[in-house]
Structure formats: C-alpha cells, structure tokens
Write a protein that binds this ligand. Sequence first.
Ligand SMILES: [Zn+2]
Length: 69
Amino acid sequence: MSDSVLYDLPGEFVSSMAEASGYCDAQAVLPTEDHYIAFCTCGRWHTTVSTRDEGLTLARAHTAETEAQ
Ligand SMILES: [Zn+2]
C-alpha cells in the first residue's frame, strides 16, 4: 500500500466520511483557535497538535501502524 492521501477538508465533511468509511481513507489536520486537530476517516484516531506539520507526521504514523496490522 502506498501512503494515504492527505486532504484539507471541512470537519463536518470528514466526519460524514468517517461514519461511512471506517477505513483509513483520508486524514485531515484542521486549525482551531490555538492548535490543530488531526484525525482520520477510520474514526479510531484523532489528536490535537500545535503545528500542522506535526499533525501530518502523526497522521502518516497512524496509517503506517494501521497498514502494518
Ligand atoms: Zn485511521
């Protein structure tokens, strides 16, 4: 499997994708007032980070872990 594609998507849209998907089809990093929220469409992973790059790095680590199982 190649790396999953990272998208910038509105949270509500990704949330609806997560309900329909259940798989690690896409990850997103969304800015909030003072930090970023990173999450995956599988619905099993989300975290808060201080920078967008950190979120992208953790998202790639999440998909790597999932694909290794
Ligand atoms: Zn996932």
